[in-house]
Design a binder for this molecule. Structure first.
Ligand code: BG6
Length: 520
């Protein structure tokens, strides 16, 4: 198979390709508390449909929604079908019909005992009807501050129970953010462990389900040529950018409580940093991979008082480019100091990364959607081509992992421009998932739901991992929360909606003689 890209020809060995094992789900029921909300129809139902349509779910399977909104099976099915049609260009009508027949709904509050008993009765009937063998997944699609309470209520209603063996299995998937700081994360962990054992808890970071994110470990550890240069001797610095063009949308209630650091740094950003920086795991299994990530998180140098001042920039979008500012968004306080952007520099205190800064920035209402990681190598130490290069220093090799919307890997390198003179220019070698594999790749939620069904925990967080990442962020949160309103107003740097963040974020990296990569 050849890429359509004109820069590189990539050949995929068809046998190697075909021998990939197609992972299938296991018979089970899926209960969704919070089923009338956005996550259910934007992500969960379309992902479950896609898995079902592709034959990756068994016929012994059902979905049972639960939420306060009063509706019956039929109304839920109409919304479910609508959400599938909206998210998928080409539905397979017969599969959609069969899938929708497997969707059910029970209305009720989380402390409504009668409704919870009704939910349990319905779940048991459906388990018998669809022969799921009692296997159950609960996917929490509620606001995160309800996780503890709902787990308790479902447990008291007899829907959840601690199981040491997994026969049948009962697993619960929790969205991020898991807690709001170190204390609440620890409290939530210990509360859940009253009702479930650790191996029943699946803490989601949907970034880990993305193909491009999973590719990082393969790229690093299934190839011989990168690992020898993956260290402070060759790498100058690392950049992680998570830029979104959207604003806070309809999530002001949540965002006002969390802000960008809690929303994406504690989870997505630290996970990406761990995948780029961790050591070689002993094997491709949950304990080995997650254990190495934990070692990496432990090696990140803590943010101390001085470090926060010099190394962390918080920003908020103001009106610009025909877009409203954060403080004018519906549901946002008019003097809110919640950060919609941050940029920071951190160091990893181990032998591999000694002295190599990791610059991380993330924000909403930036110029365009772009998530990527750039590994910027050191400049060539010799000056053999200086004259040809008219005294300019040559740009270094840069390896970019495009997470989204560009999905792939780019390597920039110096090459000779054809002609009689020796002229050099940086060129790019590109690998792009769409060009090479075409069609649709597995969606992050499809991957995570399927992994949960199969009991594969590699892509889910451990209790320790979650707590360590909050621990790391804690000094920054504390410092920020200790500031009075006036101080916060002066510390938060405003940027125009549609720009690349505040100028202070540029200064953060430029004062070290470096630049953010891909600005336009
Ligand atoms: C979520 C954040 O985890 O990730 C959102 O809560 C953000 O604020 C979203 O918009 C981005 O996800 P994706 O997959 O669209 O990059």
């Amino acid at each position: 198979m050849e890429s359509k890209g004109d820069k590189v020809q990539v050949h995929v060995n068809p046998q190697g390709h075909a021998s990939c094992e197609i992972q299938k789900g296991v018979r089970c029921g899926v209960i969704i508390p919070g089923a009338s909300g956005d996550l259910t129809f934007r992500k969960l139902i379309p992902s479950l449909y896609n898995l079902y349509a592709a034959g990756r779910l068994p016929e012994e399977f059902f979905v049972l929604g639960y939420a306060r909104t009063k509706m019956d099976d039929n109304a839920f099915r109409i919304m479910a079908e609508d959400s599938v049609r909206k998210s998928e260009k080409a539905v397979i009508e017969t599969r959609l019909k069969d899938f929708i027949q497997r969707c059910f709904y029970v209305p009720g509050g989380y402390e409504d005992k009668a409704a919870l008993l009704n939910l349990k009765k319905r779940a048991n009937e459906l388990a018998a009807k669809f022969n799921t063998g009692g296997n159950l997944i609960v996917h929490m699609a509620t606001p995160p501050d309800l996780f503890g309470k709902i787990t308790k209520c479902l447990s008291e209603a007899g829907l959840l129970m601690k199981t040491a063996d997994e026969n049948p299995f009962i697993r619960v998937m929790y969205e991020k953010p898991f807690g709001r700081d170190i204390q609440s994360a620890k409290a939530l962990n210990s509360e859940l462990l009253n009702y479930l054992s650790e191996n029943q808890i699946y803490r989601i970071d949907h970034y880990l389900g993305k193909e491009t994110v999973q590719n990082i470990l393969v790229f690093r550890f299934a190839n011989m040529i990168f690992e020898p240069v993956w260290n402070s001797e060759y790498v100058d610095h690392i950049q992680i950018t998570f830029a979104e063009d959207i604003g806070v949308e309809h999530r002001a209630g949540y965002y006002e409580k969390y802000g960008a650091l809690r929303d994406v740094f504690q989870n997505h950003m630290l996970q990406l940093a761990a995948l780029i920086g961790m050591e070689h795991p002993a094997g491709f299994d949950a304990d080995s991979v997650r254990g190495e990530k934990i070692k990496f998180l432990k090696s990140i140098a803590p943010f101390d008082e001085g470090g926060i001042k010099d190394n962390v920039v918080m920003g908020q979008y103001a009106a610009g480019n025909n877009m409203t500012g954060y403080r004018q968004e519906q549901g946002v306080s008019p003097d809110s100091c919640v950060e919609t952007f941050f940029a920071l520099k951190m160091f990893v205190d181990n032998k591999r990364w000694q002295g190599v800064p990791f610059y991380i920035r993330a924000g909403k209402r930036l110029k365009r959607k772009a998530s990527h990681i750039a590994v910027v190598f050191k400049k060539i130490p010799t000056c053999m081509f200086c004259k040809e290069h008219q005294g300019n220093t040559m740009s270094p090799n840069i390896l970019i992992f495009g997470i989204q919307p560009e999905q792939g890997v780019n390597l920039t390198f110096q090459a000779k421009i054809p002609g009689s003179k020796m002229c050099l220019a940086p060129l790019e070698m590109k690998f792009n998932y769409n060009d090479l594999f075409g069609g649709r790749t597995s969606d992050d939620y499809e991957t995570l739901i399927l992994d949960c069904m199969r009991g594969d925990r590699i892509l889910f967080w451990t209790k320790e991992g979650v707590e360590l990442s909050w621990q790391l962020l804690q000094p920054v949160l504390q410092k920020w929360e200790a500031c009075g309103m006036g101080e916060k107003q002066s510390l938060i740097k405003m940027y125009q909606a549609g720009a690349w963040g505040p100028k202070e974020a540029d200064m953060l990296i430029e004062k070290d003689g470096r630049k953010w990569i891909i600005k336009e």
